[in-house]
Design a protein around this ligand. Structure first.
Ligand SMILES: [Zn+2]
Length: 503
């Protein structure tokens, strides 16, 4: 309010006249990225290129202290902009100078820099903060898991607000350096490769780097005591797997599943093309949850995923997401089929390779499982709505869609699409419509009606649609199709994809 103290006079007037046009164009950045399901997710007015997170975490108390440095470029003239964040902030600097800040909405941090920022300017934003993530409740819910020996964060569609300030939408990807200090004897796991590990005065610092574009929700942290295995794939890609030391009777099945990651990655490379990131692996912390998440380069697996024995199918699903979901991400959360339809279909392809049921046999089985009046068919995988974003239909009907496409265009063209799409759209964002347009262009076939039938109609595709897609045999099956051998392990991953949303 300092300007109120200035006595209006000739000097002030001439200053005002000198900059009227540009001053008028400065405005606050939007509090959301424009997502149709989650209007508060992300923000407008800038684009982040890099996050440097320097953190300290005390497992005993759940206290997380951090300094986040964001490198960004403004995309409009800004006099204020938002980050998404929930922990308590003590200081913010923009381009080195102290900024003022306030909170609003569910997780908005409104930052007013000392001087307005012109469009196209490179900026640095330093945020100092501290808090207990498990005590941060948004809509009565915390995505942060406390474990007996630490804490873990991996959640969809948002998780960053519990541990670092970000532009929390998949359309703003960035690279990450994540440095975490924990008491000696504990480990901090995150994305990418471990650059170094140093110990000093009772604290060990782990320095992780993920050097390819990564969405905030795909960024993960786990602190606790883990058995870590390190290896490299035949092509030289670092593999880092970790299993909590206190998984009890789940330890064997968890380890036996995630140790298949190298083999699964090599097989998926043969289907989808070169792996897009600097490392691969997975981790199983001691959390009661049974869901899994495709956190970039290092998927999270809730231990309950392995309660009944090994499940390689879930590993196939999460590693497939590295291409479909992580490298090529949704433009808007309504485009979830671009992630989940393909990740589920990769499980069907694994089943086909293993001789446990072909894609066609799984499609026939899914189709027969759900009578026409089953609510399953009410969900439109192409735009399921936020409440059904992770419903079984997005996965199973989503994969059914891909079998219908495969039958329509033939194996050669279909597998060509599976490989060229992640290459052509690498590190980008895409909508369902983008895939439809792409498939039509690549195959030279009109496919809009097929996708409309399988992705956008709230009803069971009719016998003619099925006949067109699956051929005469499936249109009037003499008897119910037999249950494919892989069905149970694939179905076990349905609860895995109940992402545990309490909100
Ligand atoms: Zn998935």
């Amino acid at each position: 309010m300092r300007h109120r103290l200035i006595v209006p006079g000739a000097a002030a007037l001439s200053l005002l006249l000198a900059i009227p046009a540009s001053a008028a164009s400065y405005a606050p950045g939007a509090p959301g990225a424009g997502d149709s399901y989650y209007p508060e997710s992300g923000n407008g007015g800038y684009d982040v290129s890099h996050y440097d997170l320097r953190l300290k975490y005390q497992p005993k108390t759940d206290l997380l202290e951090g300094t986040a440095t964001l490198l960004a470029k403004t995309t409009q003239d800004l006099n204020r902009f938002n980050l998404d964040f929930g922990l308590k902030v003590s200081e913010i600097r923009v381009n080195g100078k102290k900024a003022t800040f306030a909170t609003s909405g569910k997780h908005e941090l409104e930052i007013t820099p000392a001087t307005p920022l012109p469009k196209g300017k490179d900026i640095s934003v330093v945020v100092r903060y501290a808090g207990k993530p498990s005590e941060l409740k948004i809509d009565g819910y915390s995505a942060w898991h406390r474990t007996p020996d630490g804490g873990v964060i991996a959640q969809e569609p948002d998780s960053a607000v519990w541990w670092f300030p970000s532009n929390d939408h998949p359309t703003d990807k960035a690279t990450y350096d994540i440095s975490v200090s924990v008491p000696d004897g504990n480990q901090a796991l995150s994305n990418g490769v471990l650059l170094s590990q140093t110990s000093k005065l009772g604290w060990t610092r782990f320095n992780w780097r993920s050097d390819k574009p990564q969405a905030p929700y795909l960024t993960t942290l786990a602190v606790g005591k883990f058995d870590v295995t390190k290896d490299t794939t035949a092509s030289g890609l670092p593999v880092i797997n970790a299993v909590s030391k206190d998984l009890g009777s789940y330890e064997g099945s968890a380890r036996a599943s995630i140790e298949r990651t190298t083999e699964v990655t090599e097989w998926l490379e043969s289907v989808f093309g070169p792996y897009p990131f600097n490392s691969v692996g997975g981790y199983v912390p001691n959390v009661k949850a049974g869901y899994a998440l495709e956190t970039q380069t290092r998927p999270f697996y809730g231990k309950e995923a392995f309660a009944n024995g090994t499940n390689v199918s879930v590993v196939v699903h999460e590693i497939a997401h590295q291409w479909y979901g992580d490298s090529v991400s949704v433009k808007d959360w309504k485009d979830i089929w671009v992630n989940e339809g393909f990740a589920r279909y990769s499980q069907w392809l694994w089943s086909e390779k293993e001789g446990e049921g072909t894609g066609q046999e799984l499609a026939d089985y899914v189709y027969a499982q759900h009578p026409a009046d089953d609510p399953f068919w009410k969900v439109k995988p192409g735009d399921p709505g936020p409440d059904n974003q992770f419903s079984g239909a997005v996965y199973d009907r989503g994969a059914l869609t891909l079998q219908a496409l495969r039958n329509e265009v033939g194996d050669r063209a279909f597998f060509g699409l599976l490989k060229s799409w992640p290459t052509d759209k690498k590190y980008g964002n895409a909508s369902v419509q983008d895939f439809v347009t792409y498939a039509e262009r690549k195959t030279g076939k009109p496919l809009a009606a097929l996708f409309d039938t399988w992705l956008f109609q709230p009803s069971k595709p009719s016998a003619p649609a099925l006949k067109k897609a699956f051929g005469a045999r499936s249109a009037a099956p003499a008897k119910a199709p037999a249950q494919p051998k892989s069905w149970k392990s694939i179905q076990a991953t349905n609860t895995v994809h109940d992402h545990g949303h309490g909100h």
